[in-house]
Design a protein around this ligand. Structure first.
Ligand code: IDP
Ligand code: MG
Length: 161
């Protein structure tokens, strides 16, 4: 806008959000995208894919020794996921709040997990938990050419042919 001359620091922060196979099966993709759009974040990457075992092993490397790890990988490979990159000020931290607690029973109403999930092993959505992890996860799930840089246009552009 013409009234503001600079953008707050960190407005280019990015995070990886993914609708997990249960979220896709339950037709929650649109709802989840809508929450991030209406919050004001910018969608800069989006794709549906069947995740490979190697991508999932890399993604959940830190959890490889957990007892639930094999079932986690099976769950994440059980169907397509919708992977997204969202951009905006503090998007990593805000996304974690929007997604809600890992344990569905602890997730507050109003969060994705608090509204749509009853068990930790089927918790609908993923969001990166730090800026460093987000950078790693974005490069794991997306090629740089799949990320789209686009600018907010003035409303008048809608009628300018
Ligand atoms: P997060 O997804 O909230 O970041 P993490 O601790 O990174 O949570 O765990 C990754 C995913 O592993 C969780 O979202 C959930 O799907 C699964 N998970 C974590 N803890 C458990 C558990 O105790 N039982 C079953 N699945 C779990
Ligand atoms: Mg995590």
């Amino acid at each position: 806008s013409a009234f503001y001359s600079s953008v707050v620091a960190g407005a280019q922060e990015r995070t990886l959000v993914a609708v997990k196979p249960d979220g896709v099966q339950r037709r929650l993709v649109g709802d989840i995208i809508k929450r991030f759009e209406q919050r004001g974040f910018k969608l800069v990457g989006l794709k549906m894919l069947q995740a490979s075992e190697s991508t999932l092993a890399d993604h959940y490397h830190d959890l490889r020794r957990k007892p639930f790890y094999p079932s986690l990988i099976r769950y994440m490979a059980s169907g397509p996921v919708v992977a997204m990159v969202w951009e905006g000020h503090n998007v990593v931290r805000s996304s974690r709040f929007m997604v809600g607690d890992t344990d569905s029973a602890q997730a507050k109403p109003g969060t994705v997990r608090g509204d749509f999930s009853v068990h930790i092993s089927r918790n609908v959505v993923h969001a990166s938990d730090s800026v460093e992890v987000a950078e790693r996860e974005i490069s794991l799930w997306f090629h740089s050419a799949e990320l789209v840089n686009w600018e907010n246009s003035d409303q008048s552009d809608l009628y300018q042919v």
